[in-house]
Design a protein around this ligand. Structure first.
Ligand code: ADP
Ligand code: DP6
Ligand code: CO
Length: 322
């Protein structure tokens, strides 16, 4: 029995489309910040008495028709290790599930770490990130802490994550505004598939995202929050333009998301450097200095209560709890 903890990560340069759906090879490299506040704990036990894998999420047994991604990762671990037994998997999300807060990232990173160790493998971070990738693309990056790049690659061996700056000794955080905890209607997987197939802007996204990645790495090495924020915001909005321009059109925004973007614009006009990013869900992450958080919270307070505003700081990579 092995328990692992992995934190979620929020992409500053987004992954939004696969070249290879089976192996989860992305259309572009991406870059994220791992967060301390949101995480998943997963325990894996291989047991000879089991006749199938059994998966509990937040203490509830997940019905067999919804466990294929978990079983897929376990199959990969079994093939690599020679482990023959089925597994009991118990996972707890300290993050809303399927709400655009990257539960699939922390979930599959924790599963990859716990399952490989329980099967007797002792893998380095790069190898672990490749197994996490097979469950969910964003999970590739959650193996490591701080700023992490997922190298697109062109094969299972060459598509993996690497830490860019693991220890962050400068002032940056994500103030997360929770506006919706419900399960999204269009999963990230379905949303990006539709964007790749039908958005006429997909090629423009691909041709501009490489430049965003190069520039943001420079901003990270310069510890330049303004530069980092500007690149992140524009990259996120280009991703959301792909959903709006898909056919049929869809969006992960809701009214509150737009309201928060308005607040961020007016905060910037008042001289506070803050920027928004969003994923496949309506919850907004405000990239800012921790020292500006009290001021930002007080500006948002007419519309958003303190329990909706969660300060997430840079977090660490995967760890074992036993
Ligand atoms: P999110 O925005 O939360 O990442 P996604 O649509 O990307 O939403 O992914 C949701 C998928 O991730 C669901 O299929 C869900 O079952 C799976 N998932 C979430 N948490 C875990 C976990 N702890 N262990 C395994 N799978 C998980
Ligand atoms: C908008 O990694 O959840 O959060 O690989 O199909 O599981 P699958 O998708 P997922 O997609 C994440 C999309 C994103 C951007 C990002 O995290 O890079
Ligand atoms: Co996800």
């Amino acid at each position: 029995m092995t328990t692992a903890r992995a934190h979620t990560n929020i992409a500053l340069i987004k992954y939004w489309g696969k070249l290879d759906e089976a192996l989860i090879i992305p259309q572009n490299s991406s870059l994220s910040l791992t967060l301390d506040h949101f995480y998943t704990d997963t325990t894996v036990t291989f047991d000879e008495n089991l006749t199938a894998d059994s998966f509990y999420l937040d203490k509830k047994l997940v019905p067999r028709q919804r466990t294929s991604r978990t079983t897929h990762v376990l199959d990969i671990v079994r093939a690599q290790s020679g482990e023959k037994r089925f597994a009991l998997v118990k996972s707890t999300n300290h993050v809303p599930t399927s709400a655009g807060l990257a539960s699939s990232a922390s979930g599959f990173a924790a599963l990859a770490a716990a399952a490989t160790k329980a099967a007797g493998l002792n893998l380095d971070g790069k190898s672990l990130s490749r197994i996490a990738r097979r469950g969910s693309g964003s999970a590739t990056r959650s193996i490591f802490g701080g700023f992490v790049e997922w190298h697109q690659g062109h094969s299972d061996e060459t598509s993996y994550a690497e830490p860019i700056q693991e220890v962050i000794d400068w002032d940056i955080c994500m103030l997360t505004v929770i506006v919706e905890k419900k399960r999204k209607k269009i999963s990230s997987r379905a949303g990006m598939n539709s964007s790749v197939r039908t958005s006429p802007y997909y090629d423009s996204w691909l041709s501009s995202t490489g430049k965003d990645l190069t520039e943001i790495k420079q901003a990270i090495s310069n510890k330049d929050l303004v530069q980092l924020g500007e690149i992140s915001e524009r990259n996120a909005m280009k991703m959301h333009a792909l959903t709006l321009s898909a056919s049929p059109s869809f969006t992960y925004f809701n009214g509150d998301s737009i309201k928060i973007m308005d607040y961020v614009h007016s905060l910037r006009a008042k001289g506070i450097p803050c920027y928004y990013t969003m994923d496949a869900g309506p919850n907004v992450k405000i990239i800012c200095r921790q020292s500006d958080v009290p001021r930002i919270i007080s500006e948002l307070s007419p519309d958003f209560s303190s329990d909706q505003l969660i300060l997430a700081k840079p977090g660490s990579g995967v760890t074992y709890l036993d």
